[in-house]
Design a protein around this ligand. Structure first.
Ligand code: ZN
Length: 594
């Protein structure tokens, strides 16, 4: 018998004696009997039968109704409101049951309060649905309100266009530390749009972006209705921030990409289109490049700080001051040398697929990764490899590896982590600090990584981790996706909203493309270059690497290369005149300064 089967059989043996006992007990005890029967009604959704049992129990002197009885009945009533023929019965009797519960001195728990709030909302009485939750929350105790407890009141107010009351419920939830989900944010967005509160609409769009990212079809219609409505066409930026492209661009960068949060930009009617996005992240409706959304500066700094604290704490546990110094030394070293675009987890790559007879540390695998990263880098930058000192020493002792390893050390491509240290901390710290790529197949599920906050760390890995494979000796790097599938607000003021799809093929995903003509026009009038963050990055890399590297290159070569960069960004159209003139200026200035 397999171990798991044995385990199962043991479980059966342990369970079996108690079962007949339970049944025997149930048949003797009228309370347990009633509960059993009510649960059966609940499973078969038989409200009438459950109420008949309840009525009989109330008139009988044998049964003492307890919290579980009331809870089961209330749940069944609230679950019956979606059935039109049962709705009024469920509501009327549900409140009767609840009144009796309270008058019997039984305090309702969260599940009961949720059921009653649902009944009240079904009656259209949001005030009562909210009041009962507030009363329950004020009592305190082990059982506390949850999202589902507040949701009936919030949705009821929104449905009845009582916006202010809806916001009040949200405030209450905020104070209780309960986060809204898509249904609630969507309802608040809808009521704000319907009552022409443009600032609130903006706020809830941002909330959707932050908490949901990819919206369901229903929410996408709410978004569409707002932008197609009359009021949306009238909203404009009060302080003229829309014309300050530079400020908006900085805000986008500071936020980690994908939004600026400074309010509506531009004026006039919005154009809402539904279309697709290319595999490189270009909107096929308006040609705008979608961004990579990273954690913002504050979050990233917090992440770096907690990494340092954890690394230090671990070393302190090892009871040696030297170790603490080691990590600080690395921090200082990185401060001086920190111009890397990628960090390489050397051990992970060298030991990849080496668990065969003659397997050991594969330097050629590591070399392949390093070279590939160098060639992929727009600025021709070498990555930084982190490897244990002991491993480095062994490699240096090998005459066929020595030259390469020495060259890496001399050029700052390799940093040897000190004995007794955990190199995980070094590569993770370096990648987080420099906000660059990290090449490793390590899933980073080590329990200590969990201390870094799961949701942030997940997001960070998505944007920074590069996985790799070697198939028959051929390296393939799996770079992070070139753009993020989340709601995006561009520095030009347009919005892109991805809609959830069953189909897992990313290219077939529907994106709502929402822009207004005046935004682009106003940028032209102001004479400012309306390039996106990505275009700017690539252009600036053109400046640095092209103008400083190849001495023999002719003016003609520069122009060709710069034009092909622009074509990459925008393959279907010829480069816009404004970008061309900018590039020419860059080239001429570059030549003059040499
Ligand atoms: Zn678009």
């Amino acid at each position: 018998m397999a171990a798991s089967d044995q385990r199962r059989s043991r479980q059966r043996d342990e369970e079996s004696p108690s079962k007949p006992n339970k049944k025997k007990k149930a048949s003797k005890n009228p309370e347990a009997n009633l509960l059993f029967n009510l649960n059966s009604c609940s499973k078969s959704k038989d409200l009438s039968a459950a109420l008949a049992l309840y009525d009989a129990a109330v008139t009988s002197s044998e049964v003492r109704l307890n919290q579980q009885h009331f809870q089961t009945l209330l749940y069944l009533c609230s679950a019956s409101i979606s059935e039109p023929s049962l709705q009024s019965l469920a509501i009327d009797r549900g409140f009767q049951v609840f009144d009796r519960m309270v008058s019997s001195g039984i305090s309702p728990n969260e599940a009961s309060v949720t059921s009653v709030a649902r009944l009240a909302a079904a009656k259209g009485d949001g005030d009562y649905a909210f009041k009962i939750v507030k009363d329950f929350a004020s009592v305190g105790g082990v059982s506390v309100p949850r999202l589902r407890t507040y949701a009936p009141a919030l949705l009821c107010f929104c449905e009845k266009l009582e916006a202010e009351k809806g916001y009040e419920v949200e405030e209450h939830m905020d104070a209780a530390g309960i986060a809204l989900e898509e249904a609630e944010i969507s309802a608040l967005l809808k009521v704000s749009a319907a009552t022409s509160r443009e600032k609130k609409v903006y706020r809830y769009l941002q909330k959707l972006r932050e908490n949901v990212g990819c919206v369901c079809e229903e929410t996408s219609k709410v978004v569409e209705e707002w932008f197609c409505g009359e009021k949306a066409g009238e909203v404009s930026d009060d302080n003229g921030i829309g014309s300050d492209v530079e400020m908006l661009r900085e805000a986008v960068l500071k936020n980690g990409g994908g939004w600026h949060g400074h309010g509506w930009v531009g004026e006039g009617k919005w154009v809402v289109k539904r279309g697709n996005v290319s595999s490189t992240g270009k909107c096929l409706s308006c040609s705008e490049q979608l961004g990579c959304v990273d954690a913002n500066e504050v979050e990233t700094q917090k992440f770096v700080d907690s990494l340092v604290a954890l690394a230090m704490e671990r070393k302190a546990k090892m009871n040696s001051c030297d170790k603490k110094v080691d990590f600080s030394e690395f921090q200082e070293w990185l401060e001086k040398h920190g111009e890397y675009e990628a960090i390489v987890d050397g051990a992970n790559i060298g030991l990849y697929q080496q668990n065969f007879a003659d397997g050991g540390f594969s330097l050629p695998q590591l070399e392949a990764v390093v070279k590939e990263l160098y060639h992929k880098s727009g600025n021709r930058k070498w990555p930084l490899i982190l490897l244990h000192k002991k491993r480095v020493r062994t490699l240096l002792e090998n005459s066929s590896h020595r030259n390469l390893v020495e060259e890496w050390i001399n050029n700052g491509v390799l940093y040897a982590t000190p004995p007794g240290s955990n190199d995980d901390w070094y590569w993770l710290y370096a990648a987080a600090k420099l906000k660059c790529l990290l090449v490793t197949n390590d899933e980073m599920r080590d329990h200590i990584f969990e201390l870094l906050g799961t949701s942030f760390f997940q997001k960070w890995k998505e944007r920074h981790q590069v996985r790799y494979t070697f198939t028959k000796g051929n390296l393939k790097l799996e770079m992070p996706p070139p753009f993020s599938v989340v709601i995006q607000e561009s520095e030009k003021g347009s919005w892109h909203v991805p809609v959830s799809c069953q189909n897992s093929v990313e290219s077939s995903r529907t994106w709502m493309c929402i822009s207004r003509k005046s935004v682009l026009d106003s940028h032209k009038v102001n004479g400012k270059l309306g390039t996106s963050g990505n275009e700017k990055k690539i252009l600036s890399s053109c400046n640095k690497s092209l103008l400083s590297s190849c001495d023999a290159a002719s003016f003609h070569d520069y122009i060709n290369e710069l034009f092909s960069t622009v074509r990459c960004l925008n393959p279907k159209r010829s480069p816009p005149l404004i970008i061309v003139s900018y590039l020419l200026t860059v080239v001429v200035v570059g030549f003059r300064s040499r």
